[in-house]
Design a protein around this ligand. Structure first.
Ligand code: KG4
Ligand code: ZN
Length: 333
């Protein structure tokens, strides 16, 4: 079974080819440089670039997999959530190709796809598990009793974890997306240098990161000479501490012994240290996909489509539209 995966929900054009669950090609073209001077993703700029980059990237992925268009058995494409223009570019291409090749099409939920990065990386660490999805647009805790069954048990009430890092990065003059640079600077900083708050850490499973950003604004106003390394280490520590406390609380409440962390922020070095360490004391195992499967990619989209098609017998109608606001488990066709 050869699955072609296409991801264009935000600022990464990504194409993957899977044979079964094995990755033959996984290509990502990041638009980050294109958007850096605006301090965030400009939807129209993103759409136009996807339009330009997607067709050659598909051709390149097939070449790397040593396959032709006629070898494709299934096409999985991100349907939402995401930016409507970028989503429509991927969907239009995928629909055209599915019609031309007479193969089934599957519209994939981007958040569910992030969870499938865990399935690819750790096929033996099966549900029941708790998913912690931490990206630029989302921060959710998801109870996964089995693949295909999801219950969001916690979510952010304002900024996502990655967004909190990106906005803080902008404050201290880092370019977008700031997560990787903060990760790097924090290595040489003191995480206890600045006493940033841990918003909502003590209660419930929902998150709130807007107050943390405000605390950073005031700290910078009153202490403009703080070393960037110390600022980054302290800010990151607050984000990591909140994510860790909530994930462990959810694992206890839902009595699961596995936590799968996915999404761009799962690439973070400090999170990869702290959460497994604190989880170990409670007999909980924590799994992170390799770096290239944390941030947006199409291998996770293809794997998700493959599961829905093979295990659940699903196929999307050819007239599916983009679902920019879709949530996990609620994908309009
Ligand atoms: O999953 P992703 O590629 O795109 C979305 O679906 O949003 O996540 C991008 C987010 C950005 O906010 C970026 O700053 C953050 O992931 N990120 C990181 C790291 N690498 C990417 N945050 C912290 N540490 C990293 N190493
Ligand atoms: Zn994502």
């Amino acid at each position: 079974m050869i699955t072609l995966g296409i991801e264009t929900s935000c600022d990464e054009t990504a194409v993957a080819v899977l044979k079964g669950e094995h990755i033959l090609a996984n290509l990502i073209y990041s638009q980050a440089k294109l958007h850096a001077r605006y301090g965030g993703v400009v939807p129209e700029v993103a759409s136009r670039d996807h339009l330009k980059k997607l067709p050659p990237l598909v051709a390149q992925a097939l070449k790397e997999a040593d396959l032709n268009f006629s070898d494709i058995d299934l096409i999985g494409v991100t349907q939402g959530p995401g930016l409507i223009g970028p989503l429509l570019v991927g969907l239009a291409y995928a629909k055209g190709l599915a019609l031309a090749l007479k193969v089934p099409l599957l519209g994939v939920n981007h958040l569910e796809a992030h969870l499938f990065a865990h399935k690819i990386a750790h096929p033996d660490a099966e549900p029941p598990l708790l998913g912690l999805i931490v990206s630029g647009g989302h921060t959710s805790l998801v109870h996964v009793p089995a693949w295909g069954r999801y219950r969001e048990v916690g979510a952010t009430r304002d900024d996502a974890a990655g967004e909190a890092l990106d906005k803080f990065g902008r404050l201290i003059g880092l370019s977008y997306p700031a997560g990787p640079a903060i990760d790097e600077l924090a290595k040489d900083g003191d995480p206890r240098a600045v006493p940033f708050p841990r918003p909502m850490a003590e209660t419930g499973l929902d998150f709130s990161f807007a107050g943390l950003k405000t605390a950073a604004v005031y700290w910078l106003r009153d202490h403009p000479r703080t070393r960037p390394e110390d600022l980054c280490a302290s800010y990151l520590e607050a984000v990591v501490d909140v994510l860790t406390q909530k994930a462990l609380r959810a694992a206890r409440e839902f009595e699961v012994k596995k936590i799968a962390v996915v999404g761009g922020v799962a690439a973070n070095r400090r999170l990869r240290e702290v959460l497994p360490e604190r989880a170990k004391e409670r007999g909980i195992s924590v799994y992170f996909p390799p770096q290239e499967l944390c941030t947006d990619n199409a291998a996770m989209v293809a794997a998700c489509a493959l599961f829905h098609h093979q295990e659940l017998g699903e196929e999307s109608p050819i007239d599916i539209s983009a679902a920019p606001n879709s949530t996990l488990g609620a994908m309009p066709c």
